[in-house]
Design a protein. Structure first.
Length: 309
């Protein structure tokens, strides 16, 4: 299941940075300015999902180096990114760098990630910080303990880290896609994001498939970047929608026993309803059952090399 591809040039890797935008004016200067100021300067592609705040026009005027691909509708995170990933494969880039619109990199973030990269790692992330410079709370929740076990201690209250980093790359079971360096080898092997997911769960599924293909993901603690959540929190309804994606993620994981999770997924939604005192998971149950044939089909497709690109 392993695909071996020779890079264009180990000394001069070609990187395509992909930013999916939707009404991104608040962050445009820092986001795109940081990429264009990188010591390892990438080509930059903005895939716009139908912004109506002037994002596309602003990028064309202020950042002419950025290629803007405008969509007339919101395709969602995964489908929009896939347009850029397909371009990266067709044009023979060595790496893609996926970055959220509410995020930015430091000058040496990309160069440190590329320098640290090893073939067995399909996805690498920098240490993801908040705009105030402390570790991003969600990043810490997902990745903090694994980093601490590897000898890189994080304290979210103060943002301190140990001075001696034990590993150049800390292998993790998962890292969120606000900042991802993805190798060409991973794209040709794993492919793009599954259309089973429109909002939430796309990155979970990609990492599940990455592992199924025998590749790893990790964090390079020396590299740092910002994800500016800005104190924003999801309303309860959105948090419940996010929770209800979990059974879809598990059903779509090629490494899990599908017949078993076909039984467990409805039970998971029912348990979720009781635990959260919410009827929303129960309302999603009929949809999950209806989607089972589609999810099964996409799960099988996801096993093929370069799936969804």
């Amino acid at each position: 299941m392993e695909t071996v591809v020779t890079s264009n040039s180990a000394a001069n890797p070609r990187v395509l940075a992909i930013v999916v935008t939707f009404n991104a004016m608040r962050w445009a200067d820092r986001c795109f300015g940081s990429l264009l100021s990188s010591s390892l300067r990438p080509d930059v592609l903005a895939v716009d999902n139908g912004s109506d705040d002037g994002t596309c026009e602003y990028l064309a005027a202020e950042f002419p180096e950025v290629e803007v691909l405008g969509n007339t509708e919101n395709l969602g995170f995964g489908a929009a990114n896939n347009l850029g990933l397909g371009k990266a494969v067709e044009e023979d880039y060595d790496f893609v760098y996926l970055m959220n619109q509410d995020a930015w990199v430091e000058k040496d973030t990309l160069s440190l990630l590329v320098r640290a990269h090893r073939p067995e790692f399909g996805v690498l992330s920098p240490l993801q910080l908040s705009a105030s410079g402390v570790p991003d709370a969600n990043f810490y929740r997902k990745c903090g303990r694994s980093l601490e076990r590897a000898g890189f201690g994080l304290e979210p209250q103060h943002g301190r880290s140990s001075e001696d980093t034990v590993q150049d790359i800390v292998e993790l079971p998962f890292v969120m896609a606000a900042h991802w360096l993805v190798s060409r080898e991973a794209l040709l092997t794993v492919g793009g994001f599954s259309p089973a997911f429109r909002q939430y769960g796309e990155d979970d599924n990609f990492i599940d498939r990455l592992h199924w293909h025998g590749l790893s993901c990790g964090v390079v603690p020396e590299a740092k970047a910002v994800h500016d959540r800005g104190g924003r929190s999801l309303p309860k309804s959105a948090r419940m929608r996010l929770k209800c994606v979990a059974p879809v993620v598990r059903l779509s994981d090629p490494g899990r026993c599908l017949p078993l999770y076909r039984v467990l997924a409805p039970l998971e939604l029912m348990a979720m309803s009781v635990k959260n005192l919410s009827s929303y998971p129960l309302k999603r149950l009929p949809e999950l059952l209806r989607r089972y044939p589609e999810l099964k089909r996409l799960r099988e497709l996801s096993k093929s090399a370069g799936a969804f690109l």
